[in-house]
Design a protein around this ligand. Structure first.
Ligand code: SAM
Ligand code: DTB
Ligand code: SF4
Length: 359
């Protein structure tokens, strides 16, 4: 399906995405909630749902074709996470162990020092990571927090890694300060379909998230934005999340797809497990609708079999969180990941962007 255009010269720059029309509207649904006619959107939600509904083999075949047009199919980016300011968060995200609203046993801590961060960055680099992502459990950083984080970004850049952070909502001037400090990516997830957002989080709305993404874009920082599946949503809900991401004025350069980590004490702790094949479908649909994005197989890998992870890579995932810990919960250890990638003949990717295909 040709929903995007390509340019034809160098083979390392991302293709130019030309939206049919800007689709954001006043309540931030991107025109893809059930209340709107979104037929003019780049990816009408019904078309996204049609992809989800394909026979599994046909979906995988489409996803693989798109993946191989734009990426080296045997190369996986390794991004390491560090929680630089943990817990005590005033937001009430129903999935999150760091919210002060829930008793999850996560202890709140202060912002880490540059020396502590440097130690973690060097360890991540020595283990083979190319991107380092710092997470902070803030609703929105204060300007004095941004000054301190700018110093931490400097540490990552001095050690030669790509820098990403996820700090909550940003103003436009804060985004510019982070760009000036050398930030490459900002992670801010849309998390779920617009119509489900209020069921998961009451302390902010989807429009707050979209505003921050717009500030990040305007500051010329690359956007990392995805969501969580397995929160009890239907397939139509998953289609709504992917449509919302794919219809952003420019779709994100990085798209983390998280399988809910069900943490005791959070409201979503007892949510039934998502069928793993549904998770694989979500990866495939993200790949097809956002061809030049790094699609990251994100939280939830610890509970996934090697076979399911291999299917995610076949479906077009080309990035993982790498290292024994996500922010507060576990991730497969480095030895398990090395064994899995070796078994599949996959290489670690070094900050490569999608190649341009001839128009
Ligand atoms: N406070 C900032 C914010 O919310 O943007 C940054 C940190 S927050 C922990 C980053 C993302 O982690 C969330 O947007 C969510 O997508 C993901 N996340 C948090 N808890 C999770 C869980 N239990 N399972 C899967 N993903 C989770
Ligand atoms: C993202 O999409 N997933 C990461 C990262 N961005 C910041 C976080 C996952 C957190 C899982 C729960 C935890 O470890 O606290
Ligand atoms: Fe706070 Fe982010 Fe967790 Fe929400 S997801 S409770 S904003 S740390």
């Amino acid at each position: 399906m040709s929903q995007y255009t390509t340019s034809s010269s160098s083979d390392v720059k991302p293709i130019q995405i030309v939206p049919k029309k800007s689709v954001l509207n006043s309540h931030g649904c991107g025109g893809d909630c059930t209340d709107h006619d979104d037929s003019q959107a780049r990816w009408p939600r019904a078309k996204v749902l049609d992809l989800f509904n394909l026979p599994f083999n046909d979906l995988m075949w489409q996803a693989q074709q798109v993946h191989r047009q734009h990426w080296d199919a045997n190369e996986i980016e390794h991004a390491t996470l560090l929680s630089v300011k943990t817990g005590g968060c005033p937001e009430d995200c129903g999935y999150c162990p760091q919210s002060a609203s829930y008793d999850t046993g996560v202890e709140a801590s202060k912002l880490m020092s540059p020396d502590e961060v440097r130690e973690a960055v060097i360890a991540a680099r020595d283990a083979g990571a190319s991107r380092f992502c710092m997470g902070a459990a803030w609703r929105a950083p204060k300007d004095r927090d941004i000054e301190k984080v700018a110093e931490l970004i400097g540490v990552i850049k001095q050690e030669g890694l790509e820098a990403c952070c996820t700090l909550g909502m940003l103003t436009d001037s804060q985004a510019v300060s982070l760009k000036d400090a050398g930030l490459d990516y900002y992670n801010h997830n849309l998390d779920t379909a617009p119509e489900l957002y209020g069921d998961i989080i009451s302390t902010r709305d989807m429009q707050d998230r979209l505003d921050t993404l717009s500030h990040v874009r305007s500051a010329n920082i690359k956007v990392c934005s995805g969501g969580i599946v397995g929160m009890g949503e239907t397939r139509a809900g998953r289609a709504g999340l992917i449509a919302q991401l794919a219809n952003l004025p420019t779709f994100p350069e990085s798209v983390p797809i998280n399988d809910l980590v069900r943490v005791p004490g959070t409201p979503l702790a007892d949510t039934p497990e998502l069928d793993p094949l549904e998770f694989v479908r979500t990866i495939a649909v993200a790949r097809i609708t956002m061809p030049t994005a790094r699609v990251r197989l994100s939280a939830g890998r610890q509970a996934m079999s090697d076979a399911v992870q291999a299917m995610c890579f076949l479906a077009g995932a080309n990035s993982i969180f790498y290292g024994d810990k996500l922010l507060t919960t576990g991730n497969p250890d480095v030895a398990r990941d090395h064994a899995l990638l070796a078994k599949l003949g996959l290489r670690s990717g070094k900050a490569v962007t999608a190649r341009v295909i001839a128009a």
